[in-house]
Design a binder for this molecule. Structure first.
Ligand SMILES: [Zn+2]
Length: 97
């Protein structure tokens, strides 16, 4: 595990990006970090479960496709704990806004 990755996990990976505009740079960076952590969590497999509004953690795709889905379709707003992607320590807060 590299330093940036362990820092992200120790800092309870910032989840605020899911509430941002999907066209923002911050959202893109957050989604990329999310994919990295999710992949490392499953042993760096290329196929990971898609948490987007369409896949709803049922469909598996290549991580590049999962990233695209996050940007194009958006994260499933009811998936707030990210238990399948390595960071159940805190919840996303978008639904409360
Ligand atoms: Zn998807």
């Amino acid at each position: 595990m590299d330093t940036i990755l362990s820092e992200l996990i120790n800092n309870k990976m910032d989840k605020e990006w899911v509430c941002l505009s999907r066209f923002s740079k911050e959202y893109g960076n957050g989604a990329r970090n999310f994919i990295r952590i999710a992949r490392s969590n499953v042993g760096n497999l290329d196929m990971i479960v898609g948490p987007c509004i369409h896949c709803k953690n049922v469909e598996r795709h290549h991580y590049d496709v999962v990233y695209e889905h996050l940007v194009i379709k958006g994260m499933d707003p009811f998936y707030t704990t990210w238990v399948l992607h390595g960071n159940p320590s805190s919840k996303t807060g978008c639904l409360q806004k």
